[in-house]
Design a protein around this ligand. Structure first.
Ligand code: SF4
Length: 582
């Protein structure tokens, strides 16, 4: 057994029993210190921010009574949060607010700003597109967008099929002759573009149409989008039949696609209410480990889409579920369209007026939050619940499979903990020109794109990937604000690995596990009857032979995905610089 902590014979970091007991002792001391600090917390409404040793916010919560809420984290020794969150807390800050509504709003904006690790992240499994009409511009146009962010614009949706949305926008542009060019393209033009000559735009760029007439075009297209353009749809159907009679099948097929897009966007297929109101239904499903929020979107009396937000590592007592639900609703509507009506289970009616006040403050317009009334609304609530349950099962299965894969990686590389955060580095250049590096991050087995970074190699001349890896790792570990990875992967072989180890040593980060991943190679030549390809190889420090994963394993799929992402990110940046250099 090793007597000191450090790199062991197999290259992994060895933690001695002495160090483990030191860590436990430190943790106990921190906990005692925190408990002491909490004693001085105010008995008032506000928001608390839990921070780790690097001063990163890892959790944000709101409370009516800050002292008792924060103290509750330290009372239940077996709670989920005690196991995962508490050991990582170094200190806790708080901000007082006058009212509970303000606390909810502040919590939502702080979660958005810091994206804390242990808060529900409002990242849906899929982001559905909206159609945006840029009413704030002098000559509005239509865009497809995934977030509601421009004040003054009109948004329609969300829709579930981006292809249909694109077709719909194309149809709106051509049918109502609305411009489809960017502001930059339109600015300073002396003559119209081809779109004008083929009759698909009235050319506001060169004043061939005035503001008043152009706004009439936009008005017509909006009423069509709102579902009042049935006459045009009938016209299109008639024209399609004529075209097929004349055996102009290509044109007829194009028209058929447009009709489909219109029908889809008007969501004729699932009309659920004749009241033509816009509303959202919100439901959730949870177990001891995770929670999933489900939203259903009803536009002009029709279900046009749904979204789900899954959050694992969740364990809340029923007392706090309603608060979690409120926080979710407020965070969700910070970035999304606020409908006239939001339906939530009547069980949480005690929170409806707080939500109404908070949402009205965010959007500057009133909203009705209430439980479902009547059979149609109850049916919608059931639908949202059923969807939540089914997606929850799906997400749980996905999560379990990812967890098993991470456990496989931990076992194979003999890591001291689960590789929750993995970082991969790759170099890209053309014969030593425009050398760049990518830094790609996977959190719990999936890409965390907001943490991706790219670097221009500054000190290396010519083809020298080893030194480039060293330079980029030196620069990466100067960023003390980035969390340390549990596993660092460099694209390449033993040479890259040696340089990575050197960089880690110089940065004082020897306890970070590192491996080099060499690409699979096709080994046969053109004349060979059988084409053989090698598997991905992994080189570990202090180990002579490479390691291999089973070719169909989920662990290998994740690692290959991570490496391919790094490759894609590096090459995209390299191409961009290369094109710029001409
Ligand atoms: S004609 Fe003018 S306004 Fe219309 S698309 Fe072309 S550039 Fe834009």
């Amino acid at each position: 057994m090793c007597k000191e902590s450090g790199i062991g014979q197999n290259g992994t970091y060895v933690v001695t029993p002495v160090e483990i007991s030191n860590r436990i002792q430190n943790m106990k001391e921190t906990k005692t210190l925190l408990k002491e600090t909490i004693k001085n917390f105010p008995i008032q409404c506000g928001v608390y921010l839990m921070k780790d040793i690097n001063n990163h916010v890892i959790y944000v919560g709101k409370a009516r009574n800050l002292k008792s809420r924060v103290r509750s984290y330290f009372s239940n020794a077996k709670s989920f949060k005690n196991v995962f969150l508490i050991p990582r807390i170094h200190h806790i800050d708080y901000i007082l607010t006058d009212t509970e509504v303000e606390a909810y709003l502040l919590e939502a904006s702080l979660v958005k700003k810091h994206n804390p690790r242990y808060n529900v992240r409002l990242k849906d499994d899929k982001s559905y597109p909206y159609i945006r009409c840029s009413m704030e511009e002098s000559f509005p146009r239509f865009y497809m967008e995934r977030r509601v962010k421009k004040p003054g614009s009109l948004y329609f949706g969300p829709y579930t099929d981006a292809g249909f949305v694109r077709q719909m926008i194309h149809l709106l542009n051509t049918r109502f002759k609305v411009r489809d060019c960017s502001n930059h393209f339109m600015k300073g033009r002396k003559k119209p573009c081809l779109t004008y000559y083929i009759g698909s735009c009235t050319a506001p760029c060169v004043n061939k149409v005035g503001k008043v007439d152009y706004s009439k075009q936009v008005k017509q297209s909006l009423s069509f989008l709102r579902g009042t353009g049935k006459v045009i749809l009938k016209d299109m159907e008639k024209r399609m039949k004529q075209l097929s009679k004349q055996e102009r099948f290509e044109e007829a097929a194009r028209l058929r696609d447009s009709i489909k897009a219109v029908e889809f966007c008007r969501a004729k297929q699932s009309i659920v209410s004749q009241r033509k109101k816009n509303g959202d239904v919100i439901a959730f499903h949870q177990d001891k480990q995770a929670i999933l929020f489900q939203t259903l979107h009803i536009r002009i009396g029709t279900v046009v889409g749904h979204r789900s937000y899954y959050h694992s590592r969740f364990r809340q007592s029923p007392k706090f579920i309603s608060e979690r639900l409120c926080s979710f609703v407020i965070q969700y509507y910070m970035d999304n369209l606020l409908p006239e009506l939001i339906l939530i289970s009547a069980k949480y009616k005690g929170y409806f007026s707080t939500l109404e006040k908070a949402l009205s403050k965010i959007h500057g317009k009133s909203v009705c939050v209430r439980g479902p009334k009547g059979s149609i609304e109850k049916k919608l609530m059931d639908m949202a619940l059923k969807n939540a349950q089914s997606r929850f099962k799906e997400q749980n299965a996905k999560k379990q499979s990812l967890l098993h894969a991470l456990e496989d990686i931990q076992k194979k590389f003999n890591l001291k903990c689960l590789p929750e955060r993995m970082e991969c580095f790759d170099i890209s250049h053309f014969q030593g020109q425009q050398q760049v590096a990518s830094h790609v991050v996977f959190h719990e087995g999936i890409p965390k794109k907001e943490d991706y970074r790219r670097y221009k190699i500054k000190t290396v001349e010519g083809v020298d990937d080893f030194s480039s890896i060293k330079e980029v790792l030196d620069r990466r570990f100067k960023h003390r604000e980035y969390p340390d990875p549990h596993l660092l992967i460099v694209d390449g072989g033993k040479g890259q690995l040696t340089k990575a180890l050197l960089a880690l040593k110089e940065a004082g980060k020897e306890d970070i596990a590192v491996v080099a991943m060499a690409k699979a190679r096709v080994q046969s030549d053109f004349t060979a009857k059988e084409v053989k390809s090698s598997s991905e190889k992994f080189f570990l420090p202090g180990r002579k032979n490479a390691l291999y994963f089973h070719s169909h394993s989920e662990a290998l799929r994740i690692l290959t995905h991570l490496r391919d992402e790094a490759h894609r990110f590096a090459i995209t940046y390299h191409r961009k610089l290369f094109q710029k250099s001409f």
